[in-house]
Write a protein that binds this ligand. Structure first.
Ligand code: FMN
Length: 169
């Protein structure tokens, strides 16, 4: 899919067939994450891949807006290493760029995906970090539920002229 078409047609997908993501598709998505820009090119991200159905169920119980995770069949937990990027704001931005890259890659190869919040809500990030044995020097920034979609969505017009400010506000 053309890059602009992917950007303009990507939507959050929350309904999945239940079929588990194959390794080639997962690698394609992860690769896109690794190629995101990062402050000073520190690339502080780590990706925890969860496919175990019990763990996916546990995640959906902890997170109030992640009920689709078990049916997606795969969850990518994105965390940033504070030892690699000690400026927290940059760490969050770096990992967010990786998340967006992966959402676009998933869409580009015909899969469905949705960004699931974690940072800065500690009631979500802390129990999920504990569940997955994520070390304390990492911040769990967000997750992606990804799988084979069973819904299609169109996109509304989001181009807002009143939000564009040339030269000065
Ligand atoms: C930081 C962030 C956190 C989000 N958290 C959730 C979430 O926890 N659960 C969810 O279903 N969608 C979540 N979303 C997806 C948004 O709801 C979605 O992007 C928004 O409604 C726009 O819809 P679209 O992605 O289809 O364009 C999140 C998106 C972002 C950027």
């Amino acid at each position: 899919m053309d890059i602009l078409e992917a950007i303009l047609t990507r939507r959050s997908i929350r309904k999945f067939t239940g079929e588990v993501l194959n390794d080639d598709d997962l690698k394609t998505i992860l690769k896109a994450g690794f190629y995101a820009p990062s402050a000073k090119n520190f690339q502080p991200w780590h990706f925890v891949i969860v496919k175990n159905s019990k763990t996916l169920e546990d995640i959906s119980q902890i997170h109030p807006y992640a009920k689709m995770v078990p049916s997606a069949g795969c969850c990518i937990v994105v965390c940033g290493d504070k030892n690699d990027q000690n400026e927290e704001g940059f760490l969050i931005e770096d990992c967010s760029a990786a998340i967006e890259n992966m959402l676009l890659a998933a869409h580009g190869i015909g899969l469905g995906a949705v960004w699931l919040s974690m940072y800065p809500i500690s009631s979500r990030s802390e129990p999920i970090a504990e569940l997955l044995s994520i070390p304390k020097n990492l911040i769990t920034v967000g997750m992606i539920a990804v799988g084979y979609k069973s819904e299609e969505k169109t996109t509304d017009d989001r181009y807002k002229l009143e939000k564009i400010h040339f030269e000065k506000w």
